[in-house]
Design a protein around this ligand. Structure first.
Ligand code: NAD
Ligand code: DAU
Length: 331
């Protein structure tokens, strides 16, 4: 089987490529990635002999048409993925997340190729703090940011292409991922690399916002379960019951580094900051028999800290510019 993986040089995509190469010797992998600031070809170094990397954009229709025509399956990770960036400049989010997904859908429609669309729980907006409510596949869409609204729009394009054109697609909406190869602009690797540098972690606002953390390996095993056993046209929510406040994440990291529990700074909050995400993954667990392997968040976090300690060469080059961008917003 020949699989085209878009965004395969990014965080989740690169981990998906590694997992696929490791566990599925019958699969031939082509990655299509524009290598934006978030893409890094060295993330594919450990599997370079098993993967073809095509550097290009998912908005490039002739390129997409050719690559999709040569594939049996497209797994679509490529996106502009960071909320804070979308608040500073939404334009690339509209291009990549909406126009790029449209371009891929037109190609899979033409060539009759199976498509899996990777999306986010943020399409559902947020939940109140301190309630038992969780997102389900029936929760109405209510995105808050330019990032999440373009992801919501991309999901709706996929649904329309399934219904109107019979495209063979599935969608997954996952909660917050952590693990190796995550860009240091994101919450956990930003604080980990700050702590490695002896800098205090930075919490937006009071730090009471809650995210539902899942290890990237568990996200990716769920994606394969959906591709192999999921029903075409269906949406699956992926989560591993990992609800944790940002404050508790920072406290766990401070403990790992042997630092005082209050050794962090509160900084300017994110405009429109979603309060809480929580996933009900019953459909995935009962229908497809999936379950996560990383059930101890503290353990997964400690392994992730070790990875950033051992792979400084991978992230060091981006650190100063990433922090300069945050400093300009008082964060
Ligand atoms: P990332 O920012 O780390 O990686 C995105 C990748 O897409 C990069 O390699 C980048 O170069 C590539 N890319 C961007 N624009 C492109 C374009 N026009 N053409 C081709 N490639 C392009 O993102 P991530 O965190 O790995 O997220 C991957 C997917 O998973 C996204 O669709 C995101 O919405 C979704 N998602 C992420 C999370 C999370 O916690 N990170 C959770 C749920 C869903
Ligand atoms: O829920 C899935 C989403 O998770 C994905 O769709 C996005 O691609 C991914 O980036 C992530 O979005 P968040 O906005 O939740 O992730 P981020 O890592 O930016 O922030 C996590 C939380 O931490 C959020 O409440 C904001 C807060 N935060 C973030 C940074 C960078 C801080 O308190 N301090 C920080 O320095």
């Amino acid at each position: 089987m020949k699989v085209l993986i878009t965004g395969g040089a990014g965080f989740i995509g690169a981990n998906f490529v590694h997992q696929t190469v490791r566990e599925r010797p019958d699969v031939r992998v082509t990655v299509l990635d524009a290598l934006t600031y978030a893409g890094d070809r060295t993330s594919l170094d450990p599997v370079a002999d098993r993967v073809e990397l095509v550097v290009g954009s998912i908005t490039d229709a002739p390129l997409v048409d050719r690559l999709v025509g040569e594939s049996d399956l497209v797994v679509h990770f490529a996106a502009e993925s960071h909320n804070d960036n979308s608040l500073n400049d939404p334009s690339p989010f509209v291009q990549t997340n909406l126009v790029g997904t449209f371009t891929l859908l037109e190609a899979v429609r033409k060539h009759g190729v199976r498509f899996h669309h990777i999306s986010t729980d943020e399409v559902y907006g947020d939940l109140p703090l301190g309630t038992p409510d969780r997102f389900t596949p029936e929760t109405p869409y209510n995105p808050s940011s330019p990032y999440s609204s373009t992801k919501a729009g991309s999901d709706l394009l996929v649904r329309a292409w399934v219904r109107s054109f019979g495209v063979q697609a599935t969608i997954s909406n996952c909660s917050n991922n952590y693990g190796p190869y995550q860009h240091i602009e994101k919450f956990i690797p930003r604080q980990v690399t700050n702590l490695i540098d002896g800098v205090r972690p930075r919490l937006y606002g009071a730090g009471l916002n809650v995210r539902d953390w899942i290890h990237v390996e568990d996200h990716n095993s769920a994606v394969w379960a959906i591709i192999e056993k999921g029903r075409v046209g269906e949406t699956y929510l992926i989560g591993a019951d990992g609800e944790t406040s940002n404050l508790d994440v920072v406290r766990a990291l401070l403990e790992t580094f042997g630092r005082d529990a209050d050794d962090f700074d509160h900084v300017t909050d994110r405009p429109g900051h979603d309060l809480r995400y929580a996933i009900d993954a019953s459909r995935l667990r009962t229908e497809l028999g999936w379950s996560p392997r990383y059930t101890d968040f503290r353990e997964g976090l400690a392994a992730t800290v070790d990875w950033y300690r051992e792979n400084e060469a991978w992230w060091r080059g981006a650190k100063a510019a990433t922090e300069a961008k945050y400093a300009a917003s008082g964060q």
